[in-house]
Design a protein around this ligand. Sequence first.
Ligand code: SF4
Length: 363
Amino acid sequence: MTENKRSISRRTFLKTTGAVGIGSLLSSIPSPADTLAKSGTDESQPQLVPTRPFGKYFVKFPEDRQKVFLLTKSFSMRSNKWSEDLEKSFKRMNTSTIDLFLIHGVELFEELRPYRNSVRWAEKAKAEGKIRFFGFSTHTNMERNLLKASKLGWIDGIMFSYNFRSMHAKKMRKAVDACSKAGIGLIAMKTQASGHYYADKVAPNKKEQAIFDHFAEKGLTFEQAKLKAVWGDERIASITSAITNMPILQANVAAAINNTKLSLHDKKRLDQYAHQTASNYCLGCASICESGLSKDVPISDVMRFLMYARCYGELEYAKSNFNQIPLNVRKRMAHIDYKEAEKKCPQRMAIGRCMRDTTTELA
Ligand code: SF4
């Protein structure tokens, strides 16, 4: 197979898998109202999707394995750990092959070490049929990582933060374009980009209400409109979405099968909202703000952990991530002067305030 054909097939595969998954899910889902009425459950409470073990096997029939696109990650930047992590995934999922193996949370591409061994590991694992595609996920310095990867030829897939707030920036457009031309399958995450860094969300403010009303007239929720903004980009093969209850699943599926397209005016409204609320969302461009510090503080990571706590309501998860930062760094975080970093921040975020809040909120 030529390189070009192989590139097309791996992107097409991701898209096709997404479509099949949505179609088969839809036929079996009752409406949330039906489900709640039958169960006599309080509608005001979030309804979690119940789960049960599926016999002894993750994928019971060999032919079903072909219908599933399996992705797993290693949290290690060291290639000598990846075989062990892959074996653990095989065991956990009762399979002998993974479709996409990602190295999680790459901040700078050079972190993959030793570099030559990383390439060898990926090529060998593919040749042995243990993985089909190799890549990484990134929340930080994404444009740089994407551009770098697009020139290598051995990176097949990248999962990265991509949403209505970040997708129009010149550097991001260039990076996504380069990966798309190189045939790298792109998976968007953090597509909602909710913001609300500075206080617990209680009720929509005026700007939010205006945009809710705008999309409601088209029959879309604001969240569905954000998904459509990303899906509207043909260079994105798939998105990953945190689905914590049935109404979110149904809303996502409904948005995926609804043919309504965002108009130019809709996109402008999203863009305008992104500008109006920029200081509520961290873009993960760590090298910009962290270069304005005299001491080493992972601002971008801390911002993400704060987002998990305040925007996603995942306080324990946020705490467990935050507490992995070395104690001496956590201790000095609240006492550093962040003025230079704040001046450099393209989103004009209140970095000092967020860092100080985090040391008490996530301690
Ligand atoms: S705080 Fe600002 S400069 Fe730093 S990563 Fe976030 S958006 Fe970028």
